[in-house]
Write a protein that binds this ligand. Structure first.
Ligand SMILES: Cc1cc2nc3c(=O)[nH]c(=O)nc-3n(C[C@H](O)[C@H](O)[C@H](O)COP(=O)(O)O)c2cc1C
Length: 133
């Protein structure tokens, strides 16, 4: 069955605290794993990077809700497309701390995800992910 994927970047609201970010990451993970939505949410240096995959209607409704969330702004869609299969086996979330040293193993994992994407969108996604390393 065809699935749908949405990917975007956004900026956290200026007044938001680390614990509020942790709340968003935890809640999205438990909601999405319950709703069979796979993908990833990364937070690093004030920015979010998210991929949502699943049933088209479910993912679209969720994305509309996320867009209205006042805890982030300047949302820039990277792609919205039909996909044959989910690229992620579950929904994962990660707070990449500013001073944490670059984790080669994790970035290799994210890069392996990018390699499975349509060639036309690999380059913008790679560019965005670089800012998360
Ligand atoms: C950057 C960002 C990403 C989010 N991602 C999700 C998500 O993947 N799943 C989710 O359920 N909520 C996510 N949320 C939270 C939703 O905007 C919303 O607050 C949450 O779904 C609770 O909605 P409700 O009060 O209608 O239940 C995200 C919020 C932000 C700021």
């Amino acid at each position: 069955m065809m699935k749908y994927a949405i990917c975007y970047v956004s900026t956290a609201a200026p007044e938001i605290s680390d614990s509020e970010i942790e709340d968003i990451l935890k809640l999205s993970s438990s909601n999405n794993n319950d709703d069979q939505i796979t993908g990833i949410l990364l937070f690093s240096n004030g920015n979010f990077f998210q991929v949502l995959e699943g049933d088209k209607k479910t993912v679209t409704i969720l994305f509309e809700k996320i867009k209205e969330d006042g805890r982030h702004q300047n949302l820039i869609p990277i792609f919205k497309k039909e996909i044959e299969n989910s690229k992620f086996s579950r929904y994962e979330e990660e707070f990449l701390s500013l001073d944490a040293t670059y984790d080669g193993e994790k970035m290799a994992y994210y890069s392996s995800y990018v390699e499975k994407l349509d060639p036309s969108i690999q380059s913008p996604v790679r560019y965005v992910l670089k800012n998360f390393s």
